[in-house]
Design a protein around this ligand. Structure first.
Ligand code: LLP
Length: 427
């Protein structure tokens, strides 16, 4: 999939010459490899859905979402998790089957809840009691019954960046297991006329290489299932175990295979349910990054090169925080190749600087490269997740285009924003 062409010494991605892509579409450019996405979905089907009965997988679309992506996910037989009216709208416009949508969010607005109920979204993951009441009143107004899960804060720490750790006790997400809140919530949901509680959800965190948080959370959740059955008579039919499976970004990363997570999740659920004498619920996983992260690269063109003798060499590129805020936000580090110099010795160490008016706009520190010149093309790898979806127009910089490649073919998926686009909402 990733290859060097010995004739040109160019970096190939998805069978396409990245230098030709840069010429054809300009830079910065997001390139997504559909084949990689298909392979990941296939792996989910083979190693999870077909291996275990009564399972579902949904793609966490916050990682990367376009209408075309909805089509791919639909064709691959997965559902979609959305977290906003905008993500939901994208899926609606792509004619994605609404019963396969799971709607998350810690503070869904009335407007978002109305769109979800009106469009018969498959599951709403209710985060708090305020939302439960609001949802019931909307469902009543529309004369519908809504199937929900409660998001639970399992109180489990995961070993990842603080900003992407979600399952710890002190979290803005979900219903805490402290005190009697969950008990009240379950009773309330069982009483509400237009709500049908189906089960529980948790998500411990993102970019994990270790399944211990998932295992701990599953044990806590199965205990909760038992507690709720005893205290309220509620029988859990669904357990959504979130996403979080880590991918390769940089040297030293050792991502685990999908089954390292899914087998552990399933085995723990089966064992724990047996121990408590509970029926095994439908089990859902919702990976985002794992499906698209390694499927994407970003191409940049080198511009100004500034050498500070004995200090550092800054290599300026035509993108930065607006197309990839992750290095500034999380200290994220990416593997980078010089796409037109794949054969050359790496004998320099440079720092890749973004073009924003902000000292923190550094895309990569201390990168070993061959001698660089203006006009060289850099490929940042593993930018398929949370790059395009987190992009902004900071410094009034238009968003890059997104190109889909597959087996040597390229197709524009999202056109590059224009300066006109930047002003289109201004009155
Ligand atoms: N399910 C829920 C409820 C989530 O909150 C998330 C991610 C996922 C699934 C998917 O997690 P994944 O499989 O992609 O790790 N912007 C951050 C990542 C934030 C993730 C938020 N929730 C980043 O760039 O690293």
């Amino acid at each position: 999939m990733n290859a060097i062409n010995k004739m040109t010494n160019h970096f190939y991605f998805g069978g396409c010459d990245t230098i030709e892509l840069a010429k054809k579409y300009g830079t910065p450019l997001y390139v997504m490899n559909e084949e990689h996405i298909n392979e990941r979905c296939q792996e989910i089907r083979d190693d999870f859905l077909n291996k275990y009965e009564n399972t579902k997988a949904v793609y966490a679309s916050k990682a990367f979402l376009t209408m075309k992506m909805c089509k791919i996910i639909e064709r691959e037989g997965l559902g979609i998790d959305v977290v906003s009216g905008g993500e939901l709208y994208t899926a609606i416009k792509a004619d994605f089957p609404m019963e396969k949508i799971i709607f998350h969010g810690n503070n869904k607005t009335l407007d978002e809840i109305e769109i979800a109920v009106k469009n018969n979204v498959g599951r709403i993951v209710v985060d708090n009691l305020y939302e439960l009441e609001l949802l019931n009143s909307v469902a009543q107004a529309f004369g519908k019954n809504v199937e929900i899960l409660f998001r639970i804060t399992p109180g489990v720490d995961s070993h990842t960046h603080k900003y992407i750790s979600t399952g710890q006790v002190d979290s803005k997400f979900g219903i805490p297991l402290k005190g009697d809140i969950i008990n009240e919530a379950v009773k309330k949901a069982m009483d509400l006329s237009n709500i049908m509680l189906m089960g529980f959800h948790f998500h411990v965190g993102s970019q994990l290489f270790d399944h211990s948080s998932h295992i701990k959370a599953v044990k806590i959740l199965v205990k909760l299932m038992d507690d709720m059955k005893k205290k309220t008579g509620f029988v859990t039919r669904e357990l959504n175990t979130g996403g979080g499976f880590g991918i390769y970004y940089k040297k030293g990363d050792e991502p685990k295979p999908l089954t390292y997570f899914t087998d552990a999740i399933m085995e723990t659920i089966i064992d724990e349910c047996k121990t408590y004498g509970l029926l095994i619920p439908l089990v859902i996983i919702e990976p985002g990054r794992w499906i698209v992260g390694e499927a994407g690269i970003t191409l940049y063109t080198v511009g100004a090169i500034k050498e500070i003798p004995d200090v550092r060499t800054y290599v300026g590129v035509d993108g930065g925080i607006p197309d990839n805020p992750r290095p500034a936000l999380y200290g994220a580090k990416y593997d980078v190749v010089v796409a037109n110099k794949m054969d050359q010795e790496k004998d320099e160490v440079v720092t890749i600087a973004g073009k924003c008016c902000e000292s923190g706009d550094i895309l990569r520190y201390d990168l070993e490269v061959p001698k660089l010149h203006s006009g060289d093309i850099l490929a940042f790898k593993s930018t398929g997740a949370y790059n395009y979806s987190m992009s902004s127009n900071y410094n009034k910089i238009p968003r890059p285009a997104v190109v889909m490649v597959c087996n040597g073919e390229d197709q524009l998926m999202v056109r590059r924003e224009t300066y006109e686009d930047l002003l289109k909402n201004e009155l």
